[in-house]
Design a protein around this ligand. Structure first.
Ligand code: FAD
Length: 345
């Protein structure tokens, strides 16, 4: 069986970026394989549509127009193009263009609508096992995304993050009179808290570890670009967390003597404490590999991109952050793809 030159696993924003850039580099479409169970814009398109973005519209448009293979200039008019470029938006407005781009990229490369289960390096090729079949590829890009991190406090019913971030799904939960614990101080936290306070809960207790961080827009860079609060989440946090707590909201430092008692008062819990990489597919020889966070290399011919394998880079003052966001995935790929093209098995 002739191997593919490149296989991209995952069709979220990172996988879309990878397929686009491989085509932009002149890779023949028939030499590219692309695997995903849904091809529906990844988690952004399937779970986070109602979430308010932390990126301005201008940067999203910059991303969408950044790959000739995306052919976004040919897309039908979409609401994203009508909005003030300095605004943030619901992620649905970026999910729709991603789905449009996916549809026509799919028509060019080889599609496997399934889940990759394992990888094995043999005879200078990667053997890729999926739930349906197996095939070989000279190089593989893992763009498999991440899942919300969870802490393990016993005795509390957990409300999944994808429910907490979606007002309609949250309204369907039995929340009347409940006391809800929310762990974290992230962008997701500052979206979850106001959503909860619009429900008939008795109380919300936000358990935190450290002061909030806010992004600051400077002339040509953003302080705390990846870890700081932005957009509506930042506005809400300034007024309600670092300002005056709204009725029914309490906060509790996890290292304080009150922590255990406060947690015991809660019925349900929501963890908004970040993300961790998805586990599948694993390599058969080495299990789960560590990636190099400055160039994405996992092994010869095996590379990681997207929220599961973000670039780690310092800002102009030397503060290091993991870089997560659509345009960042594209810019990073532009710096590492020349290496990847020369680092086959
Ligand atoms: C609250 C929140 C706010 C956000 N705000 C912004 C923002 O303002 N700006 C911005 O740029 N981004 C934002 N994001 C999106 C962010 O950039 C995400 O990190 C992005 O969706 C990650 O893309 P990805 O392609 O790495 O992963 P995903 O979107 O998770 O896609 C991974 C894909 O891989 C598939 N997959 C996984 N395992 C396998 C396998 N074994 N075989 C085949 N397929 C597999 C999955 O099914 C999925 O389709 C936000 C995300 C969240 C949660």
């Amino acid at each position: 069986m002739t191997p593919y030159a490149w296989t991209v696993i995952g069709a979220g924003p990172a996988g879309i970026t990878a397929v686009g850039r491989l085509l932009d580099h002149g890779l023949p479409p028939e030499k590219i394989a692309w695997i995903d169970p849904a091809f529906a814009g990844g988690d952004l398109g399937q779970k986070w549509r109602s979430v308010s973005s932390n990126t301005h519209v201008a940067l999203f448009l910059n991303y969408l127009n950044g790959s000739p293979a995306f052919r976004f200039a040919e897309a039908p008019p979409m609401p994203l193009q009508e909005i003030d470029p300095h605004e943030t938006v619901a992620l649905a407005l970026i999910a729709d263009p991603l789905v449009w781009i996916t549809r026509h990229l799919r028509a060019r490369v080889n599609i496997f609508q399934t889940t990759a289960t394992a990888l094995f390096l043999t005879r200078r090729r990667w053997k890729i096992e999926t739930e349906q079949q197996e095939f070989t590829s000279e190089n593989v890009i893992l763009a498999v995304g991440a899942v919300p991190k969870r802490l393990a406090y016993p005795g509390l019913d957990e409300i999944p993050l994808e429910v907490a971030l979606d007002p309609e799904k949250l309204a369907a939960e039995p929340l009347e009179g409940a006391t809800i614990a929310v762990f974290g101080s992230s962008h997701s936290t500052m979206i979850t808290l106001p959503h909860l306070l619009r429900q008939p809960v008795a109380r919300v207790i936000n358990f935190y570890r450290s002061p909030l961080k806010y992004a600051v827009y400077l002339d040509d860079w953003i302080l705390f670009d990846d870890v700081g609060l932005k957009g509506r989440a930042a506005e809400w946090a300034r007024q309600n967390i670092d300002g005056v707590y709204p009725d029914r909201l309490e906060r509790c430092w996890v290292s304080s003597p009150e922590f255990k008692g406060k947690l015991a008062e809660c019925d349900q819990v929501i963890y908004t404490v970040g993300f961790e990489p998805r586990t599948l597919p694993e390599t058969k020889q080495w299990g789960r590999l560590q990636y190099n966070p400055t160039n994405g290399i996992l092994a010869p011919g095996l590379f990681g991109l997207g929220i599961a394998f973000p670039e780690y880079a310092p800002d102009p003052y030397g503060f290091g952050q993991y870089r997560v966001g659509l345009k960042k995935f594209m810019d990073y790929l532009d710096t590492v793809l020349p290496l990847w093209l020369r680092y086959g098995p």
